[in-house]
Design a protein around this ligand. Structure first.
Ligand SMILES: [Zn+2]
Length: 345
C-alpha cells in the first residue's frame, strides 16, 4: 500500500456473509480482483489502507421479520453449523487462492507479520454461537481450525445468552443474562484464549461476563450510548468497565449507531463518527478505542462509501486533533495489542 496511508485493522466486517449469499458460482474471484458491490474486496482494502480485521461468520435467522416489539425472532437454526463451516471454508479458500494477499492469523505476531508484508490480516470470528451446541465440541474443533474470537450472541436469544434487540431509543438493559451453558462457554473461551466479543450482548449479559471472564472486555463494533441512545451502544458504566480490564470498544460506522435521531440516513457526517471516537478517548483513554466498521453488514455514511474511503475518516480524525501516535492506536495498534493480551492472558 502507498506509504502515506495509515493502516487500519478493523474490528468487524461481514464480507464472508455477503460473498456466501451472493449467489454467484465463484464469489472469490471478484473479492480478489475487485467488484462494484459491497464495502470490501482486496483492491479496495489496499486502496484505503485496510490492512486486516475480524472477519465475522454470522448465520442470519430463517426469517428476519421483526415481531411486534421490533425484535428479531428466536431462530430455529438447524443449519447453523453447516452454514458456519461453509463461510469458514470460504475464508480458507480465499487465503489459499490469494497468492499471499490474505492470511488467516492465529496470533498477534501473525497479524504484525501479515501487515508488514502487505497481506490482509484476517481473524476468524464468529458472531452468534448458534453453530455450537451445549457440549461445546464444535468450539474446540473450530478453535483448532483457527477460530480466535467469538460473540456468544447476535441480537437474538440462543442457548448461551440473550442478544440485545435493536431498539431506539432504548437502554441496553433488556432481558436476562448468561445461561448456565453461557457460563460454560465463557469459561471455555478463557481456557482456549478465544476473545469474547461483547457487541450484541444485552446489559445483564455484559455484566455477567464482566464478573466471570478473566480476559479484557472487548466490544468489537459498538458505540457511545450517551451520543446515540441505541440499545446496541455502550453506557458510560460499560465503557468504564472496559477500561478497567484493559479492553476496548471498536466504533461502528453504521449510521443507526451514530446518529442521535435514529434515522437511517447515509447523509451522515464523518465528524459524528469522530465524536464517538473522541468521547471514548476522553472518558476512558486513547488506548481503549478502535474501529469496528461493520463493513458489508450495515448502512454507513455516503462520505465513506466503502473500504477505499478510510483515508477520509483518518483525515477527519487528524483534523479533530489526534496526532500520528494516537491515529496509529485508533486505527490498528489498540486492536493488535488487545488481541495479543486476550490470546496470551
Ligand atoms: Zn454485528
Amino acid at each position: 500500500m502507498p506509504n502515506s496511508l495509515v493502516p487500519v485493522f478493523d474490528g468487524h466486517n461481514d464480507a464472508l456473509l455477503r460473498l456466501h449469499r451472493s449467489g454467484v458460482e465463484d464469489p472469490i474471484t471478484p473479492f480478489l480482483e475487485g467488484e462494484a458491490s459491497g464495502h470490501i474486496d482486496l483492491p479496495r482494502a489496499r486502496a484505503g489502507g485496510l490492512a486486516g480485521g475480524l472477519c465475522a461468520i454470522y448465520v442470519p435467522s430463517p426469517s428476519m421479520t421483526k415481531d411486534a416489539n421490533g425484535d428479531f425472532p428466536t431462530p430455529a437454526q438447524p443449519d447453523a453449523l453447516n452454514e458456519t463451516l461453509a463461510m469458514a471454508r470460504l475464508l480458507f479458500d480465499i487465503e489459499s487462492r490469494s497468492n499471499g494477499a490474505l492470511t488467516v492469523c492465529r496470533s498477534a505476531e501473525d497479524i504484525r507479520r501479515s501487515m508488514d508484508a502487505g497481506s490482509f490480516a484476517a481473524v476468524f470470528h464468529i458472531e452468534g454461537a448458534e453453530a455450537i451446541a451445549g457440549n461445546l465440541d464444535a468450539l474446540y474443533v473450530l478453535h483448532q481450525a483457527g477460530l480466535r474470537t467469538l460473540g456468544p450472541v447476535w441480537s437474538r436469544p440462543n442457548i448461551f445468552a440473550y442478544g440485545v434487540p435493536f431498539r431506539f431509543p432504548s437502554t441496553p438493559d433488556i432481558g436476562p443474562g448468561l445461561t448456565e451453558a453461557g457460563r460454560d462457554l465463557i469459561r471455555a473461551c478463557n481456557e482456549l484464549k478465544i476473545m469474547v466479543d461483547l457487541s450484541h450482548m444485552n446489559e445483564q449479559g455484559f455484566w455477567d461476563i464482566a464478573a466471570l471472564s478473566k480476559a479484557p472486555l472487548v466490544a468489537s463494533h459498538s458505540n457511545v450510548h450517551a451520543l446515540c441512545p441505541h440499545s446496541r451502544n455502550l453506557t458510560d458504566r460499560q465503557l468504564d468497565a472496559i477500561r478497567d480490564t484493559g479492553g476496548l470498544a471498536g466504533i461502528n460506522f453504521g449510521v443507526l449507531f451514530l446518529r442521535d435521531d435514529g434515522v437511517r440516513d447515509t447523509n451522515t457526517s464523518l465528524d459524528l463518527l469522530v465524536r464517538h471516537v473522541a468521547y471514548i478517548a476522553d472518558r476512558i483513554g486513547i488506548d481503549h478505542v478502535a474501529l469496528g466498521s461493520d463493513f458489508d453488514g450495515t448502512t454507513i455514511p455516503a462520505e465513506l462509501k466503502d473500504a477505499a474511503g478510510l483515508p477520509r475518516l483518518i483525515e477527519a480524525l487528524r483534523v479533530h486533533g489526534f496526532n500520528d501516535e494516537e491515529l496509529g492506536k485508533i486505527a490498528w495498534r489498540n486492536w493488535v495489542d488487545v488481541l495479543g493480551r486476550s490470546w496470551s492472558a
